[in-house]
Ligand binder design. Structure first.
Ligand SMILES: Cc1cc2nc3c(=O)[nH]c(=O)nc-3n(C[C@H](O)[C@H](O)[C@H](O)COP(=O)(O)O)c2cc1C
Length: 160
């Protein structure tokens, strides 16, 4: 029996995740979008995966530039998450953000908990998404708590 799309979406929403902004650069073009489908894949070599909707503009920039950075958002960065999930123009998404540039050229989102700067190793077809495999070239970290996403809403960590 085929799984109903809405039921599948609702079930997946029960999976608590962090929130990232995946940024990319191809020449002068920079782009970024909010992504929760991110995971570590391999320690040796250091690989991560990101699942990108085939209709996303970010995917085209990753394909052209062959790199991306995964910026893990900190508690309190909901506004940034919403900005990069919207269909705003690039300049509006990055407006007011003093981004540093990672080794690959991808923008680093200020205030992120950790950024994984990656060369695109390969991509795989994944239904209506593409699975991007990145080889981590550089890691930038700072202390803090993460932004959490669960059941369609932003949350924070409960005290331990
Ligand atoms: C919390 C959250 C998580 C998201 N996770 C993903 C994701 O894992 N993959 C994806 O392709 N889009 C994801 N999106 C949707 C994209 O951020 C959104 O479609 C964005 O507008 C794509 O921008 P672009 O087309 O300019 O690249 C997420 C949105 C939100 C709010």
């Amino acid at each position: 029996m085929a799984v109903d799309a809405e039921a599948f979406r609702a079930a997946m929403a029960r999976w608590a995740t962090g929130v990232t902004i995946v940024t990319a650069r191809a020449g002068d073009e920079v782009h970024g979008m909010t992504v929760s489908d991110f995971s570590g894949l391999s320690l040796d070599p250091p690989l991560v995966i990101v699942c990108a909707d085939k209709s996303s503009n970010t995917l085209g920039v990753v394909d052209k530039g062959r790199c991306f950075a995964v910026n893990v958002l900190a508690a309190g960065q909901e506004t940034l998450s919403n900005k990069f999930a919207s269909k705003k123009q690039e300049w509006e998404r990055f407006e007011g953000l003093a981004c540093e540039t990672a080794a690959t050229g991808a923008p680093l989102i200020p205030g992120a908990l950790v950024a994984f700067d990656c060369d695109l190793e390969m991509n795989h077809d994944g239904g209506d998404h593409v699975i991007l495999v990145g080889r981590v070239r550089e890691i930038v970290q700072r202390p803090g708590d993460p932004l959490v996403y669960f059941a369609g809403a932003y949350r924070g960590l409960a005290p331990a």
